[in-house]
Design a protein. Structure first.
Length: 129
């Protein structure tokens, strides 16, 4: 009898690619807590980080665990509304004219060359002694 056994050592002409896996969309949900004690009691899965927003104070708690599920010290941030601060800053005249820049650059160059001249003169004075 003649049985067919494919040659296992012969390379296949077909290329095999791993199956396509679409990227996992991470949806950041807002998790609200009422105080720091609730944030500390919030359960976090192993190897994850959760951002918790305080509903009564302007605070954000970032709680994490490592791959073994051991909690990492919780980070606490305070935030404030700076909308009014930004408008105050933008009303000021914070622009410099080209003439002012040129004047500053020429002064800096003059100071640099003056310092170099003084250094050379000091070296000449030392070598003459």
């Amino acid at each position: 009898m003649n049985q067919y056994y494919p040659n296992q050592f012969q390379p296949s002409n077909r290329l095999q690619f791993p199956a396509y896996q679409p990227p996992i969309q991470q949806t950041e949900q807002l998790h609200w807590v009422e105080n720091q004690a609730q944030a500390e009691a919030y359960m976090v899965g192993a190897g994850n980080t959760v951002t918790l927003w305080d509903s009564k104070q302007n605070r954000i708690y970032v709680k994490s665990t490592n791959e073994q599920g051991i909690p990492v010290p919780m980070a606490i941030y305070e935030y404030k509304d700076i909308t009014n601060d930004v408008t105050k800053e933008s009303t000021g005249n914070n622009y410099v004219t080209a003439d002012q820049i040129e004047e500053l650059v020429s002064k800096a160059i003059d100071r640099h060359y003056e310092k170099r001249r003084e250094e050379r003169a000091a070296k000449r004075g030392e070598s003459n002694e």
